[in-house]
Design a protein around this ligand. Structure first.
Ligand code: ADP
Length: 299
C-alpha cells in the first residue's frame, strides 16, 4: 500500500492532508503544545444535553478528558446516557450547555475522523465482505473522488485488515454466508478502513456468544496495539471493559453524569487467562460496586 494514498490514523483527522512535524524539528513549545493536545484529544467541559425543550437533561455536567490513543470504556445502567455521550463525541448532537472539543476543534457537526461499529454489524447483504469493508472509501472524502484510481491500493489495505481479523478466505463471501462473529470482524474492518483517529464502539460484541466475544476482544486488542487509535467503547460487559480499556468511566442514572473513573493498571498485553485471576476480578468488582452505588437522581 502506498502511504501517500491512505493516511496514518493520526493524519486522517477531518479528512485533511497529513500534517506531521518531525520530532527533531519541534521546538520545546511545539512539543509541549503537542503533548497537551494529545492529553486532550477529546474534552467535554460541563456538558449537558436536552433532546427537546422541556424534556430535561439526558446528561448533565459531564466533564471528561480522553488522551489520543487512549482506550476508554463507558459503563452504566441503561438510559444513563452512554449513547448520548457517543453522539456528542461524534458530532451527531451538539450540547445544550458546555463544550465538546475533539482534536482541537469544537464539535459542531458530524466528524470525519471517526469509525463506528454497533451491536448489529449492518453489513449490506448484496455486497461481499471485501466490498462491505471498502464501502466507507466509496463514500467519504478525500477517498471517494480518487476511489477508482486508487482502488487497487484500497483493496490491498482492506485485505490486510481482513487478514488481521482472521477473515482471509472469506473476502468474497456474502454476509449471510458468515457467522455472527465473522460479520462483526468485517464490521470492525469497515470501521477502520479509512484509518480513523477515533473508533466509537457501541456494544459491538453484545450479541455474540461468550467464546466468540473473547476472540474478538483479542482481535481488537491486537489492532489497537499494532496501530494505536483512540477508542470509546460503550459496553454492559464489565469484564470486556476491564480487559480492553486503559480507563473505565462509570455513568450514573439520568440525568447521566460520570460518577467514577477507574484507571486499569493490569499489565499488557492482557490475556484471556488473566481474566480468571483474582487481580482481574477485583477490578471488575470495584467497577460493579460503583454502578451499584451510583445514586438515583430525581430530574
Ligand atoms: P444509554 O445509551 O445509556 O442506554 P441513552 O443515551 O440512549 O442511554 O439515553 C439517555 C436518555 O436520553 C434516556 O432517558 C433516553 O430516553 C433519552 N434519549 C435518548 N435518545 C433520545 C432521543 N433521540 N430523543 C429523546 N430522548 C432521547
Amino acid at each position: 500500500m502506498s502511504e501517500s494514498v491512505l493516511p496514518t490514523a493520526s493524519s486522517a483527522s477531518f479528512g485533511q492532508p497529513p500534517t506531521t512535524v518531525p520530532m527533531a524539528s519541534m521546538t520545546n513549545d511545539t512539543a509541549a503544545h503537542s503533548r497537551t493536545a494529545d492529553a486532550r484529544f477529546i474534552e467535554f467541559d460541563k456538558v449537558a444535553l436536552e433532546y427537546s425543550p422541556g424534556a430535561g437533561h439526558a446528561i448533565e455536567n459531564v466533564s471528561i478528558r480522553i488522551a489520543r490513543n487512549e482506550f476508554v470504556a463507558i459503563v452504566g445502567p441503561s438510559g444513563c446516557g452512554k449513547s448520548t455521550f457517543m453522539k456528542l463525541c461524534t458530532g451527531l448532537r451538539t450540547p445544550t450547555m458546555g463544550s465538546v472539543i475533539v482534536d482541537n476543534r469544537e464539535v459542531s457537526g458530524p466528524l470525519k475522523i471517526t469509525g463506528m461499529a454497533f451491536q448489529a454489524s449492518n453489513l449490506l447483504p448484496w455486497r461481499t465482505t471485501l466490498d462491505n469493508v471498502l464501502l466507507p472509501l466509496e463514500i467519504v472524502e478525500p477517498f471517494r473522488s480518487t476511489f477508482r484510481k486508487n482502488r487497487a491500493q484500497y483493496v490491498e489495505r482492506a485485505m490486510q485488515l481482513i487478514e488481521t481479523v482472521g477473515l482471509r478466505g472469506w473476502e468474497n463471501k456474502f454476509p449471510w454466508e458468515l457467522s455472527g462473529g465473522m460479520q462483526q470482524r468485517a464490521s470492525i474492518c469497515r470501521a477502520l478502513i479509512h484509518a480513523p483517529s477515533l473508533l466509537m464502539l457501541d456494544e459491538p460484541f453484545g450479541a455474540l456468544d461468550p467464546f466468540t466475544r473473547e476472540e474478538l476482544w483479542c482481535v481488537l486488542r491486537d489492532l489497537h496495539t499494532a496501530n494505536p487509535f483512540t477508542v470509546v467503547l460503550v459496553t454492559h460487559d464489565l469484564k470486556e471493559a476491564a480487559f480492553l480499556a486503559d480507563t473505565v468511566y462509570v455513568m450514573g442514572q439520568r440525568p447521566g453524569n460520570i460518577v467514577a473513573r477507574h484507571d486499569i493498571d493490569l499489565p499488557r498485553p492482557r490475556t484471556i487467562k488473566q481474566t480468571y485471576t483474582e487481580a482481574f476480578n477485583d477490578v471488575v468488582l470495584a467497577i460493579r460496586e460503583d454502578i451499584a452505588h451510583s445514586p438515583e437522581r430525581a430530574q
